[in-house]
Design a binder for this molecule. Sequence first.
Ligand code: AMP
Ligand code: MG
Length: 278
Amino acid sequence: MTPFQQLLSQSHLAQYRVEPGTRVDLSARDPDETGPFEKKKKARKELERLRTKLIALQDRFYAWNERSLLIVLQAMDTGGKDGTIKHVMRGVNPQGVQVTSFKAPTQEELAHDYLWRVHKAAPRRGRIGIFNRSHYEDVLVVRVHNLVSESVWSKRYDHINDFERLLADSGTVILKFYLHISREEQARRLQARLDNPDKRWKFSKGDLKERRLWDDYMAAYEDALSRCSTEHAPWYVIPSNRKWYRNLAIMSILVNALEDLNPVYPEPEEGLDHIVIE
Ligand code: AMP
Ligand code: MG
């Protein structure tokens, strides 16, 4: 293949998928990996080719109005959830996209079961829904900080699989991305937030406390990724130390999923051929 034809093959992307029933070892997955691309410059053309495709596919998906698509983004702090949304969805018609960012639950949310707020945010037909954090926090931060007892959180993997099956059976395609960065890369990015006045607002001292719990988070992530990657809602572990490669890989998987759905414009009303607008 010449350098001008480089693209991310389906088989390469398949390596990022967590095969249902298998155990994930995050330490064995390289967050620096960039597939067939050496440098950002070499991937630019492919990124723009995919963007053109994504915009056209989303236009059809919205008009088709038959199915929903849910993208779940999870990552450690600085992992790139916000950047992924900004860069992957650039140019896509905002009318067909809804982003929901899940923060610590409110009093009202805490007065319900943990999936209540999540189910309400599930995308309606024709829409792409993006979860910036998600119900997975209820087996991640909640588990790491013992916000509920193990007897409570340990049941949640089954709830989550059943909940995602309900969405899938109702016509939602679900793609879940874990943005995999190294602890060293997180240090660089946190430092950059401190050093750049325009990024400081993103820094929270609490992030340092979470960083110290890195290993606990990795263990919780490995369980969530291993136990909740299913045929109807697979997890992908995306190498994310290089932001441009992360964007490219996610965009490729998204374009492939939309192409598989093959959305079509609805049939127009009959008898339009002879209408002339005066
Ligand atoms: P950020 O993504 O930086 O805006 O931070 C959102 C915060 O909300 C993070 O610290 C999450 O851990 C926290 N959060 C999200 N969902 C939950 C949840 N279900 N329970 C507790 N904390 C949560
Ligand atoms: Mg934060």
